[in-house]
Unconditional design. Sequence first.
Length: 366
Amino acid sequence: MKTYKLLTPGPLTTTETVKKEMMVDHCTWDDDYKKITQEIRNELLRLAHADKSNYTVVLMQGSGTFGVESVLSSVVGEEDKLLIAANGAYGNRMEEIAKLNKIPYVIYKEDYDKIPSAEKIEKILKDDSKITHVSMIHSETTSGILNDIEAVAKVVKEAGKVFIVDAMSSFAGVDIDVEDLRIDFLVSSANKCIQGVPGFSFIICKRDELEKSKEKARTLSLNLYEQWKTMEIDGKWRFTSPTHVVLAFYKALKELQEEGGIPERAKRYRENNKLLIEKMRELGIETYIDSKHQGPIITTFFYPKDSNFNFQDMYDFIKERGYAIYPGKVTEADTFRIGNIGEIYREDILKVVSIFKEFLESNRSK
Ligand SMILES: *Cc1c(COP(=O)(O)O)cnc(C)c1O
């Protein structure tokens, strides 16, 4: 099998040592395994700068979307009303979740290349007193824009509302002080910046808000409160857990620590991202998001001004040479995306840009 590195924002390229952890078949009920679950939960709290007396962590089977759906369907009750601030496909996905779960909601849509405005959110909250919860995306992976959760948190908490953040592609790649920002529920998953493999999501929860969600859940398997209550007993998951994935994640957390924690990882990602953009610019390839709002996780680039350009040809050419990139996801422009998270270093960025250059040259001479 021909291997390649992933320049996609999760699943992403993991270390050999993380992958090796999955060579063990572990049972789900014994003490070592339950202890691993509890250590993972404690370590996630520490990474979130959240104190155990106010916050707790729930691990939830499934991909990141399962985590988002678990929160929205479990904590926004029938009498509540959710405001979704969306500027990309993942924000729009929250609306789909709200619709299917019959959650009362309103949506504030912003253009994909603009961040949701804290002032507008403040005004919406002022005009509609029925709103009880506000949800938004931190790193909108659709475009790579980094939304200003700090400014939004301020207006949401000042208005006394519950704040829900999808920090799927940013948590551990961007330092987030969950307690200081007073975020009530923050969702991320195993296969993003912590550099584990896909299989579960995790939710950093404000304890008192989680307590209030008792009996609000709309489903059995995604019931956040019940998942927490069971896990809280001794670390045993409510239903079968992805054991291999959990072991790999435990290792990935240790490797994050060895790298120097979130500050060092965030620095590596930022430098990867800066170098990528700088080198692509030298080839005449521009970014879709302006430099003020561009996030450090993934970058959307416009197609080169070359009439011969074809994404599939480029994708195949690059994959043949060891890297997988991503098609664009914004609707109004022809774009592609390159992620720079995972086991990716300076030399990978330089390599992929040189492959890209080679592709453009071979394309021009056609
Ligand atoms: C990856 C991601 C998700 C979850 O996607 P899944 O395919 O369910 O893992 C949700 N939101 C954002 C911003 C993401 O980047």
